[in-house]
Design a protein around this ligand. Sequence first.
Ligand SMILES: *[C@@H]1O[C@H](CO)[C@@H](O)[C@H](O)[C@H]1NC(C)=O
Ligand SMILES: *[C@@H]1O[C@H](CO)[C@@H](O)[C@H](O)[C@H]1NC(C)=O
Ligand SMILES: *[C@@H]1O[C@H](CO)[C@@H](O)[C@H](O)[C@H]1NC(C)=O
Ligand SMILES: *[C@@H]1O[C@H](CO)[C@@H](O)[C@H](O)[C@H]1NC(C)=O
Ligand SMILES: *[C@@H]1O[C@H](CO)[C@@H](O)[C@H](O)[C@H]1NC(C)=O
Length: 722
Amino acid sequence: MRRLLGILVLLKYCICGDVQDFDGDIKDFVVGNSKLFVLTDHRLHQMRHDLYEEKRKDITEHNRVNILVPFDANSTLITCGTLKDGYCEVLDINDITNSIYYESNILIGPRQDEKSVAFIAGTSSSRYLLVGKKDDDAKYQDTSYSVVTLWNTLQSQAGGIFSIFSQGSIGSIQSTVRDVEFVDGFQRVSPSESYLFLNTKTDSERKVLVLWMNSSKEKKREIIKSLQAATIRCCSDKARPVLVACTVIPSVNGVIWAGVFSAQNQQDPENSALALYDISNVKGRVKGFCAIGETPCGSESDTELQPLSVVFKYSSMSAVAAVRSGSWIVLFIGTSDGQLIKLMLDEKFTPGCPTVLFKSDDERAVFPRMHFDPVDFKHIYIALRKQLRRVSVVLCAKYITLKDCRAALDPLCGWCVNTQRCSTQDECSDTSWVSIPKNSLQTQLFSFQMAENSSRKISLHLSLSLESTGNPAFSCTFTKESDILCDGSDPPAVFPNCSCSLPDQLQYTGGLRVSATVNIEDQKITETLTLTNCSSITDSLSASHTQCVQCVSSGCHWSSSSKRCEWTHGPGEQLHIQDACKNLLSEMVYNKPAILSLEPNKVSFHGRNNVLLRGRNLESVTKIRIQGDLDCIPKESPVFDRSSDTLRFHIPPSGTKGTVKVCVVTPDDRCHGNSIITYSSQPSCTGIQPTVSWSRSDHFRPLSDQLPHTCICFSIIVGTSY
Ligand SMILES: *[C@@H]1O[C@H](CO)[C@@H](O)[C@H](O)[C@H]1NC(C)=O
Ligand SMILES: *[C@@H]1O[C@H](CO)[C@@H](O)[C@H](O)[C@H]1NC(C)=O
Ligand SMILES: *[C@@H]1O[C@H](CO)[C@@H](O)[C@H](O)[C@H]1NC(C)=O
Ligand SMILES: *[C@@H]1O[C@H](CO)[C@@H](O)[C@H](O)[C@H]1NC(C)=O
Ligand SMILES: *[C@@H]1O[C@H](CO)[C@@H](O)[C@H](O)[C@H]1NC(C)=O
């Protein structure tokens, strides 16, 4: 009986699933008190965090709900709409069918279907409903009109609930700019500060602005008077003057904010950019925005915020959300073509590999606001027109070895020694959770150094790029052709490092291949290392940069004073190649190449042979690098038929439609130029000509550019009939 009950309970949970379709488009959705409130044209739905619908409330005809704000401290949900002359209603947050307060003849949200921002601002002693919207009731001759207003939230406040007045003053920010569009806003809790983000448009230009207010102050007037504002610029490669979506990134120090900016050109594969800013110190004013009563309204000061880092570019991003895990930031990006992308940033905001968590089959745009599951933060809710989805943000369980778990480079996943599974830290009760360290985007799992001590003894120091919350059992074995390599005088291994003292008579000529096997509890990882005699890396023919790279990647030390490769003197001395050898880059002499054109620049996703690149100074080009939007590791292609102003290369097939960036690589591994090739769908087959004969699959060369398009269709037939 108990088991039956268990199944029934399970069934109840399973019916809801991770997708919920509504009978109208989703207009907005918010999270409060561990519940979701989803607004469509016809209804307001109260859902449990697993998308089980608890309650619903119909919306009267000729009404458009334009304010939906959870007021957790009051256990209510504030809704306002356009019915007749407008109204506001306070609902019980645990049962939206229970109306606590209703007031008519009050219009707080926008009358037309326009973007607006609303949230609770203030401190525990004085909370206000802050609303930012374009004032569509303003008469054209008005010189300035309210764009941001503070409304009372409680009956007990002076003037009563939904009053604009308090202590004899009106709290509102005025604007003389006619075209404003509020995109988002939030209140930081301690200290209590409010931020609003908006787009403005005048005859001369479009701008993104941030408005800041000190909401620690008690009185509305004081809050409004604390207004500071600045222009937010994106980006140095091209102007993207329209903010599409944004999020604040949880941070201990400062306020880091991420915005998606658009250049409003859907054809451009880099139309939208995701950039990070430090907005903890908005100081200054902008023209056309001021506290009520101020003349002239605002003033022009030079406060412009420039990005800390631009971390992602894509044709059409539509939404962004972020979580933090230690020093890592994990961004979730929604796109206009219905994808949800996950992107890690390290503490220097260097992005890792983007991964696609979800892709809709019909390219519906992801709604600009996304929310995390308020219960476990392991799911994110995304809205796609009529559909709400709960998408898992951590997929650790799909990695079944420690090595794969590390290779995923996901700061939310680590190897749990106790359960022998790749999992999140909270799922690992054991104290040993082996995860990626801060610098893992720059380091390989295995790195080693060749050291010589003062008695000229050579040893190998191996270091794994891993960290652990505990002290897992750890050991290493080094073998050469299945013989033990080390002479046994080494100190014991300490996670994640071990060393091997090499026999004196060892010959390194031509690079000595040894096998390193590392055991971390029950996990065994083997890697082949090539050991070299550091003092023999002195190929006088190659440039010092090439030698330096070879030296550092062989675990040796590059002496920049003597320009020689040497043994290191112990662990910890090794720098990253980029750091150790960067000073030598400027010594490389070549004329900077440039790409002028690519022919063709549209190819089928089978790829194309003999793409013609025209440019300048192409003599020094070593290869072509091809990078797709969501590719982490770029593809490389050799060059041939090269002259100073033309060369040819093959462009490899691509799994997806879309654009790739093409650049030319010089011997110092730098990439020059940024040209675009578009992969398009293959032409569709309307008929197969019976005259085409085929019998052997080796006649099939889809890459050949001599074949006309019909052959691409033909190749598909070959593939499927086998
Ligand atoms: C919530 O707000 C309503 C309306 O002002 C008020 O009557 C009620 O006392 C408030 N409840 C709490 C817990 O503050
Ligand atoms: C905000 O206002 C409070 C209360 O007046 C004040 O103590 C605090 O210093 C102000 N914060 C800033 C950043 O101006
Ligand atoms: C050099 O290393 C060897 C092997 O680990 C050790 O026996 C020797 O004492 C070391 N010499 C010095 C001076 O540290
Ligand atoms: C390394 O190479 C140098 C120069 O070629 C040579 O003198 C030295 O004996 C070699 N050392 C070892 C340990 O093989
Ligand atoms: C392991 O080696 C690295 C450098 O090789 C060093 O930075 C780190 O402190 C070492 N860790 C331990 C526990 O010895």
